[in-house]
Design a protein around this ligand. Structure first.
Ligand code: 15L
Length: 274
């Protein structure tokens, strides 16, 4: 990997991963629609929108591998999900293939499986159960990754990212927490492991309370170095997790219990678990 493109580099994960990837590859091309500040040593700044065909050509030109974090990272209106996360991701893969990119790491999300109950442990081979339109777009990205691996020979690692913030504060995030260090290590596995067709792995640290079996990631060479266990006692002693019956019963938490995050008027369902 000589030149790696990081999309969504101004986002919550992107900003921290940009730092974690400093000087790892000869050139890190950081891209976003928002300001990215000045280029650090070994960086190229590429402000641009991957849903715009001209920008897209420029973003992927000369790139060996892509970490695709860009796009909408929570629930949105369907038209926006369709334009950015579904059509945009498809166009990005197409442009990447045409530009000769060999590897893609796709940032999927636990919301691709968010309707599984918290009583069930998953190994990644189960069929998706998206908990919202955003989660559904991630299921599309997972299918797209399989298709581009099978049909065009790209090597793709799909990472179902758990909860990548500073420290967990609820039972759900204690189970699904991933440090930025571990997530970056996993992305590097996706770019650097010698043989890769398409695999789906969990973006999760070495948490005792995880619901996800990450054997596939470990087989590819991922060795997590962090664990949420150090916060378990604090979370156990803390306030009860907020949320209604659905949110508390399923792995996707609040994403599963609202029709449109932030707008109670748009809540269209409060279904019990099947
Ligand atoms: C996600 O996919 C979101 O991008 C992030 O903002 C978190 O809310 C996380 O899932 C979560 O599961 O809470």
């Amino acid at each position: 990997m000589r030149r790696v493109l990081l999309t969504g580099a101004a986002g919550g994960i992107g900003r921290r991963m940009r730092q974690a990837l400093a000087n790892v590859y000869p050139i890190l091309r950081v891209s976003d629609i928002s300001d990215l500040g000045p280029a650090a040593e070994g960086e190229e700044i590429a402000i641009g929108d991957f849903t715009d065909p001209d920008d897209l050509k420029r973003l992927v030109a000369g790139v060996d591998g892509i970490i695709h974090l860009g796009g909408l990272s929570v629930e949105h209106e369907w038209d926006d999900i369709l334009r950015v996360n579904i059509d945009g991701t498809y166009r990005l893969y197409e442009a990447a293939y045409e530009a000769g990119v060999k590897r893609i790491v796709f940032a999927s999300s636990n919301h691709a499986i968010g309707f599984y109950p918290r009583t069930q442990h998953l190994d990644g081979s189960e069929r998706p159960r998206p908990d919202c339109r955003y989660g559904l777009s991630k299921v599309f990205g997972e299918g797209l990754s399989q298709y581009f691996a099978d049909n065009y020979g790209l090597g793709i690692l799909t990472i179902r990212i758990g909860w990548c913030f500073e420290k967990p504060n609820t039972p759900r995030t204690l189970a699904s927490w991933v440090s930025i260090g571990d997530l970056t290590r996993l992305c590097r596995v996706g770019l650097e492991t010698p043989e890769l067709h398409h695999e789906i792995v969990w973006g999760v640290s070495d948490n005792s309370r995880t619901l996800w079996d990450n054997t596939t990631a470990r087989r590819l060479g991922f060795v997590p170095q962090d664990s949420s266990d150090i916060w378990a006692a604090e979370v156990d002693a803390g306030p009860p997790e907020p949320g209604n019956d659905v949110a508390l019963a399923v792995q996707g938490g609040p994403f599963a219990s609202t029709g449109y995050e932030g707008d109670p008027e748009r809540v269209t369902r409060q279904k019990p678990l099947a």
